[in-house]
Design a protein around this ligand. Structure first.
Ligand code: ATP
Length: 600
């Protein structure tokens, strides 16, 4: 039998503590294999290693015959993964979410619509497909995550507690679907702490505890390790029942358990039940009642660990240790060199851009304030300060024209900061992990975000140029110069987004991110020539402004707006380009480190 998962001594250590400790897992093609264990047993950590999200600290793992450490990108192409975490899709509809997921999984465009309908139907969300995810209940969001995970039919489907928090009806529907997948030849690895789920669905189960294997086998085999099953018979004359049953069934033991109760111990009570009843009928015994009791998986866990699985699982979960949001293997996903590879990368970038654009379109208030704020600066502050400003100092009688590049820069610093925020949310909610387990290029994640931000920055600059034109500002370099202003704005946005993304990779959470950005954003602006020209500043401030890359972006826009084409422009543009290249380098480095480099 071909093995789809094979691990040898698989181990993961977190801060000196073994979360997974020498696991030897064998999952054969076409089986539903359950990983059953209490909270903190190491199920998710095992899954993270198998899905290439986490580098093993020891041992090795083969998935579909591929080494998870050395062939991570290829492994990701062969598996489907439904994680425990919910994706952040509040501003999308259910259907849009699944469509985007389909594109990220390279589902061909021609079959996408049908596939999306199918998976929404499986999880029972078809009637709600066009509602916003924000309006879904917790269980519906969970089902949506499941639909996203089922979008492609992979060789191996890995599900981490897929029915957690779902109602009975939804759970049964999902179990049926999983059984159907097995019939199609899909291998399923299912982590669960629901005993009934493991019992009903899995061909084989490994019970794990504190990172180690407790016991492995089919549910029936595991129950047999506990002992026999029991047919409990209630009748007025138990001795007569005993005489009837003796010899009729292969009982291991028959015991009178009370004045009206007889226990028949068998290996397979359900199979023997008809014969037990037939034998009593033949002997003319009247039965009050018959029931079968089987050892549960909880009994199995109890036998092997001395503790009840149910007690541990039902107890409130210990507060989870802060997880390293992402720790990958050394093998990244090098973009395929072929033409087909490029097409896939473009499909991914298109899907991610669609996500950003849909979300922005629905955050209208945010969009409106982003555009209103610079107008306030231009109209009120520009208009008021203009009267108090010496035209000899600012080099023009039109202070609004002078302020225009500063207002663009001001807006873009905010855009650069907010550009890193979706990455932070994805990181904190675990959706980044989900993205990382898909066969998408790491570069697509970064490139799509930077393209989106560049376009957003240029659009904001365009809006500011339009408002200033209404206020009477005439750009000295006319349309070509205005286009160059938009390009400078786009480049600056990309640079700042990359810089703040690098910061987002480094900080432990959004609180630190906002504390740092709140601290640096205003000094960056005021230590530049945004509102006062460098020659008019005190010497120390002028030195700081000259070291501030924002100054070069503002100066190049100011030359284009006020002075016209002049040779100094090239130097400022070169300085801005060098700054952008450095920020991109830093952003790519930190992003790769965060998403590719293994860490504890
Ligand atoms: N990134 C991390 N950093 C530190 N400790 C971690 C990290 N990830 C997991 N752990 C620890 O490893 C142990 C196993 O956790 P894991 O999430 O694998 O358990 P689990 O069996 O999936 O639990 P649950 O059923 O609650 O999901 C726990 O003690 C957990 O606190």
């Amino acid at each position: 039998m071909r093995q789809i998962i094979e691990t040898e001594g698989l181990t993961r250590v977190f801060h000196g503590r073994r979360a997974v400790d020498g696991l030897n897992l064998r999952v054969a093609a076409g089986e539903i294999f359950g990983l059953l264990g209490p909270n903190g047993a190491g199920k998710t950590t095992t899954i993270h290693m198998l899905t290439t999200l986490l580098a093993p600290s020891g041992g090795r793992a083969l998935v579909c015959g591929l080494d998870v450490s050395r062939q991570a990108a290829e492994v990701r192409r062969r598996i489907g993964y439904v994680s425990q975490e919910k994706g952040v899709r509040h501003l999308l509809t259910g259907r849009e979410s699944v469509e985007i997921e389909a594109d990220l999984n390279h589902v061909p465009r021609r079959s996408r619509g049908q596939r999306v309908e199918e998976v929404l139907d499986v999880v029972g969300l078809l009637p709600d497909a066009d509602r916003f995810v924000a309006d879904y209940s917790g269980g519906m969001q969970k089902r949506l995550d499941l639909a996203c995970g089922l979008i492609q039919v992979p060789e191996l489907l890995i599900l981490d507690e897929p029915t957690l928090g779902l109602d009975v009806q939804s759970r049964h529907r999902i179990w049926e679907h999983m059984a159907g997948l097995r019939d199609q030849g899909v291998t399923v690895l299912l982590a669960t702490n629901y005993l009934d789920e493991a019992d009903r669905l899995c061909d084989r189960i490994m019970i794990v505890d504190v990172g180690r294997e407790v016991v492995t086998g089919s549910p029936a085999e595991l129950r047999r390790t506990v002992g026999t099953e029991v047919v409990q018979i209630s009748a007025a004359e138990p001795d007569k029942v005993r005489a009837a049953v003796e010899g009729a069934v292969p009982a291991r033991r028959i015991a009178v358990a009370g004045p009206r109760e007889l226990h028949v111990h068998l290996d397979d009570a359900a199979a023997a039940l008809p014969e037990v009843i037939a034998a009593t009928v033949r002997h003319g015994v009247v039965l009050d009642g018959v029931s079968v009791s089987r050892p549960t998986l909880d009994d199995v866990f109890l036998l092997h660990t001395g503790r009840g699985l149910r007690d541990l699982t039902d107890a409130p979960a210990p507060s989870p240790a802060p997880r390293s949001p992402r720790a990958g293997t050394a093998a990244g996903s090098a973009p395929p060199a072929s033409h087909a590879g490029l097409r896939l990368r473009l499909q991914e970038i298109g899907a991610l851009l669609r996500r950003w654009v849909l979300q922005l379109g629905r955050e209208r208030l945010n969009l409106a304030f982003t555009l209103i704020q610079p107008v306030i600066w231009l109209v009120f502050l520009g208009g008021a300060i203009a009267r108090a400003v010496d035209p000899g100092v600012v080099g023009t009688g039109d202070y609004i024209a002078f302020m225009l590049p500063g207002v663009i820069a001001f807006t873009i610093v905010g855009t650069g900061i907010s550009g890193a925020v979706p990455f932070l949310w994805d990181k904190e909610t675990g959706y980044l992990n989900k993205l990382m387990s898909m066969p998408i290029g790491r570069s697509s994640l970064l490139v799509s975000r930077l393209i989106f931000q560049m376009a957003l920055g240029a659009l904001q600059a365009l809006a500011i140029l339009v408002v200033s034109a209404i206020l009477g500002v005439r750009v000295a370099t006319a349309v070509p110069g205005s286009l160059l202003v938009l390009l400078v704005a786009g480049l600056l946005t990309t640079a700042l987004t990359a810089l703040f993304l690098a910061l987002a990779c480094r900080v432990p959470g959004h609180t630190t991110f906002f504390a740092v950005t709140g601290f640096v954003s205003l000094p960056i602006l005021f230590m530049s020539n945004a509102f006062v020209p460098v020659p008019a500043m005190p010497t120390w401030m002028g030195a700081l402004a000259r070291a501030n890359p924002l100054t070069y972006a503002i100066e190049s826009m100011r030359i284009l707006v006020i002075e016209g084409w002049r040779p100094g422009l090239a130097g400022h543009l070169a300085a801005l380009t060098a700054f952008a290249a450095a920020c991109l380098g830093l952003g790519v480095h930190q992003f790769r480190r965060h998403t590719v480099g293994g860490r504890e």
